[in-house]
Design a protein around this ligand. Structure first.
Ligand SMILES: *[C@@H]1O[C@H](CO)[C@@H](O)[C@H](O)[C@H]1NC(C)=O
Length: 335
């Protein structure tokens, strides 16, 4: 039944996309791009990562522009806790409220601190995008100058307990997102960017992709494959050939996607997948995360798919944006 509903959704285009692994949602009000306060601000301070704040301190966090009273949203799913950014200092008590969210699911191992926030509730599970409170004035305790800087909330991101730079998880986030339906975190088999004999020795990523057992179905079904890039052209690849041209065995199927927009110059090739029946081949716009294929289910199909990425014709190592370790646009040396 569920697969029929999915099929319906696919045909009518209001598809469910794969999750945007590594990319945080909007944190404040109408600031959809998670823009930071201006730099330099009126007092010369900045809200960028690892820059000097009004107090003279270097802060390993960022200031997202946000007016007092605007709604604050959970940037990723997790368990939420009340947290005091000023550790209970009485003279700063008017701004000493915030939230800590310990990530779950694809954000397992991460935690985010947002301040100052007046919370609407004080704990429990939150989903990305849930409204959790409203912005407070971070400088309410200060009677000198600092009130002129653009209003904002401070965001600090931790990975395995260490502060990391949240900038590209918040803005211009270039991670590929989830690629196989049964693997929310793009877990890799073997080394990243490895050569693989099964796929002509090309370098790429062997992404785990197990069959899916729906509760209401007797036999497992093939997982959906989401496009790792935005593209315009989709084509079919036959990996093996025999004397008469392409060998048409069940396992000999793959697709390629030619990138557009942020992904201009890129091409992604996916092996052990078969294009969606209704998508066909040729020129058409594909958004990132769109279901474009299903995994093959031949007798000898591995429980993984293989992804190869080229930039301007060369195979490139984009491990960090596949695993979401860093979502910054890669800067490849000139070829
Ligand atoms: C690919 O990139 C990752 C992450 O930057 C790095 O750890 C790895 O060594 C690179 N692999 C190769 C073969 O260059």
């Amino acid at each position: 039944m569920r697969s029929r509903i999915l099929h319906f959704l696919l045909i009518f285009g209001c598809f469910v996309t794969g999750n945007s692994l590594g990319c945080m949602k909007k944190v404040c009000g109408n600031n959809a791009q998670n823009e930071f306060r201006r730099c330099p601000d009126t007092d010369g301070s900045c809200g960028n990562y690892h820059t000097e704040r009004s107090s003279g301190e270097i802060i390993d966090g960022v200031d997202v522009r946000c007016h007092v009273g605007e709604p604050i949203y959970a940037p990723f799913e997790g368990e939420m806790y009340f947290w005091r950014p000023y550790g209970g200092k009485r003279e700063k008590s008017c701004a000493d409220q915030g939230v800590r969210i310990e990530g779950t699911g694809q954000w397992q191992g991460y935690a985010v601190h947002i301040s100052a926030v007046k919370l609407a509730f004080f704990g429990g599970h939150v989903e990305a995008g849930d409204e959790i409170g409203e912005a407070l004035n971070r400088y309410c305790f200060n009677d000198r100058g600092q009130n002129d800087v653009e209003q904002h909330v401070e965001i600090k991101l931790y990975k395995e307990g260490k502060l990391i730079d949240p900038t590209h998880h918040l803005q211009n986030c270039m991670c590929t997102g989830q690629i196989c339906e049964s693997n929310t975190r793009n877990v890799l088999l073997g080394d990243p960017f490895k050569t693989d004999k099964r796929y002509n020795g090309v370098r790429g990523w062997d992404i785990e992709c197990q069959m899916i057992n729906d509760d209401d179905e007797d036999s497992p079904r093939a997982p959906v494959i989401y496009s790792p890039i935005a593209g315009e052209t989709v084509g079919r690849i036959r990996l093996f050939t025999d004397g008469n041209g392409a060998y048409t065995g069940c396992d000999n199927d793959g697709i390629f996607i030619v990138g557009i927009d942020d992904w201009l110059g890129y091409e992604a090739r996916l092996y052990n997948v078969k294009a969606r029946a209704d998508i066909g081949f040729g020129r058409k716009r594909i958004v990132q995360g769109e279901p474009i294929a299903t995994r093959l289910t031949c007798d000898n199909s591995p429980d993984s798919i293989f992804v190869e990425v080229r930039f301007e014709g060369r195979v490139v190592n984009i491990t960090d944006i596949i695993t979401a370790a860093n979502c910054k646009t890669p800067n490849f040396p000139a070829f």
